[in-house]
Design a protein around this ligand. Structure first.
Ligand code: ATP
Ligand code: MG
Length: 454
């Protein structure tokens, strides 16, 4: 027992004392001007107060690869309370990891205290029955902090004061070789946090790096552990992946690694239906183009696209059972969203957007009477129309429908009236019969108006 303890102390002590490789600016070329103002101020503030502070993680990696960092993270030996004491405009957040958000103007820098990697000593760590870390708040040395990070290229510490990079894990070598390598033993790192498998796929696609063979090998057999990750975290990660600007590459890679099962349940099914696959891939291509052109992308639109063919199938099935189109659509949407929620919770605000886009697809099918005019007033017209065009382009709908709506939107009122299609035969009688069957819906409450109210 004592021997085990001593072994641990010594082996850990020996590891912790191994000096990092110090890479000077003359070799890596990353000067401090490229670090955001807020990240520099955070490091300076902490260093002036006597602490160590470095820019770390994705920002250092991206800058070394000549990519625009999404955000800047700082790592320090100051505790969250000490960081908070240095910066008036800061707040402590988080449960699984406690972090400090340091604010300067509009910018925010996430500042985390050096943490120890996993160890057999479970006092600061809580795991679930699959070995997944639930809480991980043991503070540690800088080297320990490097070792608990996910990939070697994500564990480079940049000191803006000296412009040096501290490298504990041969991350610079991997970066130069464009190799994404997990730190430590891949299997246990994936067991601790299965999201690392998704991150591996996403980062490899985004950084155009190859997965190191040892990092890749266990993924297919461990993929099912992703099922144990809470839905909200999975959604965040999936969103990062889909909005990375490399969604098409990521999805292809996910499929190649067998990771698409259980993420978006049915994504595998969708991708196996030729029409569904074409539609999803087109939507992802468009999204990638927009992200790369710095245009906004709506997550609601994206998820509406991913699940559209499921909604369509459920809608058709309900109508085949004799349910009227609009109630059938509501039934289909609720069914698809609730199956989805079992695996990956799509936040309610996106759910609302998705439903509006889907319902508008029914409304686009109505091209006679007053209905097309009401469509023009919908706040979701732009997104829903883009969605309609995707459906046309994927071959699900006749291109003529998209062209008609394009013209209709740009036409004068007079031209619009001329464009209307004749009312389908028997439609009026059918509507009346349905209204009576549904009971209670007042005289003026047509199916279209019910849609508008929803
Ligand atoms: P990007 O911001 O481009 O998505 P990133 O690597 O910066 O990529 P963040 O989620 O911002 O990703 O994480 C910041 C850093 O925290 C990472 O670079 C890595 O060092 C560490 N990290 C993030 N997620 C994990 C994880 N699941 N396991 C271990 N370390 C992680
Ligand atoms: Mg980041």
């Amino acid at each position: 027992m004592i021997k085990k303890l001593l072994d641990k102390v010594f082996s850990r002590g020996a590891k912790a004392s191994r000096a990092p490789t110090v890479v000077p600016v003359s070799r890596h070329g990353l000067t401090r001007e490229r670090i955001s103002r807020c990240a520099r101020r955070t490091c300076e503030g902490l260093q002036e107060a006597g602490y160590e502070a470095y820019v770390v993680g994705g920002a250092v990696r991206d800058l070394l690869l000549d990519l625009e960092p999404k955000d800047f993270d700082v790592a320090t030996d100051a505790t969250p309370e000490q960081v908070h004491a240095v910066f008036r405009r800061s707040r402590i957040i988080g449960r699984r990891f406690r972090l400090v958000h340091v604010l300067c103007g509009q910018e925010m820098v996430e500042t985390s205290t050096f943490r120890a990697p996993h160890s057999d000593d479970a006092t600061h760590q809580v795991k679930d029955e699959h070995g997944r870390l639930l809480r991980d708040n043991a503070f540690g040395t800088q080297q320990e902090d490097a070792l608990r990070r996910d990939f070697t290229v994500n564990a480079l510490y940049y000191n803006p004061a000296t412009e040096e990079i501290l490298d504990f894990v041969d991350g610079m070598k991997d970066l130069e070789a464009r190799r994404l390598r997990i730190i430590g033993e891949a299997r246990s790192r994936y067991r601790e946090d299965p999201v690392r498998m998704l991150r591996a796929v996403r980062l490899a696609a985004k950084l155009r790096m190859d997965l190191d063979p040892g990092t890749r090998a266990p993924i297919p057999e461990m993929a099912e552990l992703v099922q144990n990750v809470p839905g909200a975290r999975l959604f965040e990660e999936m969103l990062k992946l889909l909005l990375s600007g490399h969604a098409v590459a990521c999805i292809r890679q996910l499929r190649a690694e067998g990771l698409h099962h259980g993420l978006l349940p049915m994504l595998d099914v969708i991708l196996e239906q030729p029409m569904g696959e074409r539609f999803v891939m087109l939507a992802l291509e468009r999204t990638d183009e927009r992200v790369r052109a710095d245009k906004t992308v709506s997550p609601g639109f994206l998820f509406a696209a991913l699940l559209w063919h499921e909604v369509l199938a459920a809608w058709n099935a309900a109508q085949a059972r004799g349910v009227a189109p609009v109630p059938a659509m509501h039934e289909a949407m609720d069914q698809v969203l609730s199956v989805q929620a079992e695996r990956m919770s799509v936040p309610r605000r996106f759910g609302t957007d998705m439903k509006e886009i889907w319902l508008m697809q029914w409304r686009f099918a109505q091209r006679s009477g007053k209905r097309p005019f009401r469509v023009l007033e919908s706040p979701k017209l732009r997104a829903s129309f883009d969605f309609l065009l995707l459906r046309c382009e994927s071959g699900e709908l006749d291109a003529e429908v998209g062209q008609w709506w394009e013209r209709f939107q740009n036409a004068s009122d007079e031209e619009r009236s001329r464009m209307l299609l004749p009312a389908p035969k028997g439609a009026g009688a059918g509507r009346k019969r349905r209204r009576r069957r549904q009971g209670g819906a007042g005289e003026s409450s047509s199916a279209a108006e019910q849609v508008e109210q929803s």
